[in-house]
Write a protein that binds this ligand. Structure first.
Ligand code: PHE
Length: 345
């Protein structure tokens, strides 16, 4: 009965052809039900087995049809699966090539600009830059600077304490004592030490519990107040303009003797008097003085041989004057609208 075998062959071919026409998963499902499922036409061929003369040949033809069609079906199934996945991925694709939001370039805080400018001026004069430390001991912040435990000037420099002995330094002057003590061989010193200082000050437009200072210290033989004045005059001219003059007013600091406040002639009105200098023609920019012999002594320098001067510049104050900044708190708020007004450097 060759018809049966031919029939199996014909079914195999038509199944493969039908599979070729399938383009989606729904069509594939229908194909499976028609041809390969238990009640599909290919397994259905077996019902004719008893009619077959050459059972072996017929069985082989049926097997061939089943294996080939099943293999082709599996292949189609995985190809269609891949296609579906690709379509899905394409539909859900995120276009990463869209132009990003522009990222702003950061600006340097104006008080850092002032520190850099002052540092440059003193580096040119042969000073070295020293790092102080924010957390100090009572000894370095006060005692070595001639401010003993019960000294009334401590009232003006209350700060944040960690236990009895550690505190946030109230002045960069603490760096003076470190520098002098760290010199094993007592040689001349010319240094500046920029950094933060902390005080329990009223927070208002011009005061903050945290601010920056630049400390200066010169120790050598035969240093006099003339050196102090000439140095600060040169500094004032470089910082505020060649026409500037300075004046020294006597003042008091426990660690300098004599002590002075230094004013610079107003760079806004040239000294005639304006709102910036409050009509006086002068603007106070720093405190200074000759290093107190007691401080030299405490830090291992023989006051009979060595003398020196020291000064402390308030950085935010200079920045406020230089850039016309009205409120000291702006320095610490990191508001980009404020910072972007200053040069990038
Ligand atoms: N340390 C002083 C202050 O904080 C400033 C100063 C420094 C004065 C050095 C004299 C010498 O006000």
């Amino acid at each position: 009965m060759p018809n049966l075998i031919e029939g199996a062959e014909a079914l195999r071919r038509s199944a493969l052809e039908a599979l070729n026409q399938v383009t989606d998963e729904k069509g594939l499902e229908e194909f499976y039900v028609t041809y390969l499922a238990k009640k599909g036409s290919i397994p259905g061929l077996m019902t004719h087995m008893k009619e077959a003369e050459d059972k072996a040949a017929f069985g082989a033809a049926v097997n061939k049809a089943r294996t080939e069609v099943t293999a082709a079906y599996e292949e189609k199934k995985s190809a269609l699966g891949k296609l579906t996945l690709e379509k899905k991925l394409a539909a859900e694709r995120i276009d990463l090539t869209l132009p990003p939001e522009p990222m702003g370039v950061g600006h340097v805080n104006p008080y850092r600009l002032i520190i850099d400018e002052v540092t440059d001026i003193f580096l040119e004069m042969g000073y070295e830059v020293c790092e102080g430390r924010d957390v100090e001991t009572d000894k370095f912040n006060f005692e070595l600077l001639n401010v003993p435990k019960d000294h009334p000037s401590r009232d003006m420099q209350d700060t944040f304490y960690f236990g009895d002995d550690f505190l946030l330094r109230t002045q960069t002057s603490a760096a003076q004592a470190h520098k002098m003590l760290e010199m094993e061989e007592k040689r001349p010193i010319r240094m500046i030490a920029p950094g933060k200082a902390y005080r329990r000050d009223d927070d208002d437009m011009t005061h903050s519990h945290q601010f920056a200072q630049i400390e200066g210290l010169v120790v050598d033989k035969n240093i006099s107040i003339a050196h102090l004045k000439a140095t600060l005059e040169l500094f004032a001219k470089k910082m505020f303009g060649q026409k500037r003059e300075i004046r020294l007013r006597s003042s008091y600091f426990p660690f300098t003797e004599p002590s002075v406040e230094v004013d610079v002639s107003c760079f806004n009105c040239g000294g005639k008097g304006c709102a910036m200098c409050k009509g006086t023609g002068w603007i106070e920019i720093l405190g200074a003085g000759m290093v107190n012999p007691r401080v030299l002594q405490a830090c291992g320098y023989d006051p009979e041989v060595y003398s020196g001067f020291a000064f402390g510049v308030g950085v935010e104050r200079v920045a406020m004057l230089r850039y016309g900044i009205d409120d000291i708190r702006r320095f610490y708020q990191n508001d980009f609208r404020f910072l972007k007004d200053f040069p990038l450097k």
